[in-house]
Design a protein around this ligand. Structure first.
Ligand SMILES: [Zn+2]
Ligand SMILES: [Zn+2]
Length: 351
């Protein structure tokens, strides 16, 4: 626990105030911190956050070309499916269930590489995965990198302000950090390189990986549907990259207790099951906080889970060698028929 309390680089406004409560910065403080931590000219250790937002900006011209030059209804449908469903579900499959929670294993490194590169690479694995362990350990408490009680901007800009790893780790702590990422296949820095770059990821390898990934996908979409399709897909990926940053705020009830009886069974934190993130990305977030290591989060009949469909399909094909599935346990613990006897009525059972 102590390790996860210190693995992230604290923001200038700190995780807690002088009373030990959540430090709630103003939007002005959050934005100032954001630009300070993006400034690579002042500190090259800011490179990974800087790169991640440069990638988002790099997608804007594609969006502009799609809207003003190549717009079509079929393109709009492709853009919607790619940004809302494909990018979202891939984030759940790769960054969330695999990189962070190790909910399943691949048969070999080829299938891991295949899954990693199924969509445009935009979010660096370490920014997501390391901080997400902290999110689970400290959900809705000070130190949670996207604590919804900190407000919308606190969560929206968390990838820069709260999620990067600490800069001053000793060798033993850095080794633990490396350990969190070792199954992902991301080739990490040596301790000496970390002292120079402040990250697990190596700049040259990361940039080459992104260039090859974007090049492959641009070429593939161009060959299928010309510049119109390539611009629709790349532009919509940019929309996803911005939109996904709103999920952590909404997935924990926007700082309020929005949990519903009979739907959000986990009472340990403020996470909620929501239909839209559930249907488009398999993010049944309250269920997920109950069983974070499960490769499936949609447990009830209506909780369709597309990310699980992919993992299960890959298992059937032999590309995934093992997975955890907590559905049976969830149903047994939370949904076994409990007789509810109403006065003067026949017993009914809770679904
Ligand atoms: Zn959560
Ligand atoms: Zn999680």
């Amino acid at each position: 626990m102590a390790f996860l309390n210190t693995v992230l680089q604290p923001p200038a406004y700190g995780w807690t105030d002088e009373l030990g409560n959540l430090s709630k910065p103003t939007n002005k403080q959050i934005i100032a911190e954001f630009f300070k931590r993006l400034n690579v000219f002042k500190d090259k250790k800011n490179w990974l956050s800087f790169l991640s937002w440069i990638l988002v900006l790099a997608l804007v011209p594609f969006l502009g070309l799609f809207i003003f030059k190549y717009f079509s209804i079929s393109g709009l449908i492709v853009a919607f499916i790619y940004s809302m469903i494909i990018m979202g579900t891939h984030g759940t499959i790769w960054h969330h269930r695999y990189c962070t929670h190790g909910a399943y294993t691949f048969k070999n490194n080829f299938w891991r590489f295949f899954t990693q590169n199924l969509t445009l690479k935009i979010i660096p694995e370490e920014i997501y995965a390391v901080s997400h362990h902290v999110h689970h350990a400290l959900s809705d408490q000070p130190g949670d990198p996207y604590n919804a009680q900190g407000g919308f901007m606190y969560c929206f800009l968390a990838d820069v302000n709260h999620q990067p790893i600490a800069r001053g780790m000793n060798e033993a702590s850095y080794a633990k950090c490396v350990n969190l990422m070792k199954h992902t296949g991301v080739k990490v820095n040596t301790y000496k390189q970390y002292q120079k770059w402040g990250t697990l990821a190596n700049p040259a390898r990361t940039i080459i990986g992104i260039v090859l990934n974007w090049g492959f996908w641009f070429g593939a979409f161009y060959l299928i549907g010309g510049l119109a399709l390539a611009c629709a897909v790349f532009g919509s990926a940019g929309i996803w990259a911005v939109g996904v940053r709103t999920f952590n705020y909404e997935g924990h009830g926007k700082g309020k207790d929005m949990r519903r009886e009979g739907i959000d069974h986990n009472r340990e934190d403020m996470s909620i099951n929501q239909l839209w993130p559930g249907y488009v990305a398999g993010e049944w977030h309250n269920n997920h906080h109950l069983y974070p290591k499960s490769a499936r989060s949609g447990f009830k009949p209506y909780q369709f889970d597309l990310a699980w469909c992919y993992i299960k399909m890959m298992s059937v094909l032999g590309a995934v060698s093992s997975y955890r599935d907590s559905k049976a346990e969830f149903l047994k613990v939370y949904c076994s028929p409990v007789p509810v006897v109403l006065p003067g009525a026949v017993p009914v059972t809770e679904l």
